[in-house]
Design a protein around this ligand. Sequence first.
Ligand code: UDP
Ligand code: MG
Length: 318
Amino acid sequence: MKKKDVLYVVVPCYNEEAVLEETKKRLKVKLEKLIQTGRISSSSKVMFVNDGSKDNTWNLIETFHKEDKLFSGICLSRNKGHQNALLAGLMCSKEYADIIISMDADLQDDIDAMDDMIEKYSNGFDIVYGVRSERKTDSFFKKFTAESFYKFMKFLGVDVVYNHADYRLTSKRVLNCLESYEEVNLFLRGIFPLIGFSSSTTYYERAKRVAGESKYPLKKMVSFAWEGITSFSVKPMRLILNLGILIFFVSLIITCYCLLVKLFGYTVEGWTFLACSIWLMGGIEMFSLGIVGEYIGKIYSETKKRPRYIISRNLEEE
Ligand code: UDP
Ligand code: MG
């Protein structure tokens, strides 16, 4: 009989004492059911990641672990932010697990969607993205800003899954590949589509936070979005180059115009020289800046040291 796959659920937690008891309770019910019905191995676990919480979160995680071996945890030395905490959890759990599901601590993501994710994994998908079917529980502002962000990312040519946050299933081999993405400015939801492999989506309704408050206030949300854009797209820089080229051509037309006006004698002394200089210099400067930008863009891609290819199958080894 085929050995059952070990599932680890990774949950990053920052000051989540208000919600952790409930999260633990619901995850326990879910995992036990999955184990009983034979869909995952009995060594499956929940791995909480304490992201330098200032409240009682780590004590709670330790107690959960002492009481029940279904729960495990790691503690970061200080607060490193959601993405880094998540990465730490993923990298640790891939050592023990075959399937890893990441989810938030606040139970906004529907735990029952895990069934469908695991089903899709057993049908051969390496990544299953949890996608919010509707955002009924989000405020108009959150919904509008988040959805505009996904659309803007698409416009910039970044491959992101629309309305997908970090609720996703990944196989061990995907996480082994993630290890070779060494970038420090993390935007995980942009990296997974880059890794490739076969992927699928599971739709779910996003609920309200069970307790506690959001750890993503507007300031963090904006800087996270900025991180996403600047870590994945050189398009803003190319925009400068295009603008430079445009202004340069406009300046040529304006120079012709100025010379004609001068020829017919409708100008004051010195106007032609000044007008032409301003436009030509502006165009040349913008154009040069764009060229410098192109090189900086190259340096930026090189320093990321992203893998150039990932082999998904090799018949020599099958
Ligand atoms: N989180 C974290 N470190 C941080 C901020 C948040 O580990 O510095 C965790 C948090 O505990 C939660 C998840 O990231 O499990 C998502 O945060 P939250 O639910 O507050 O974000 P929202 O859903 O409001 O966007
Ligand atoms: Mg949340």
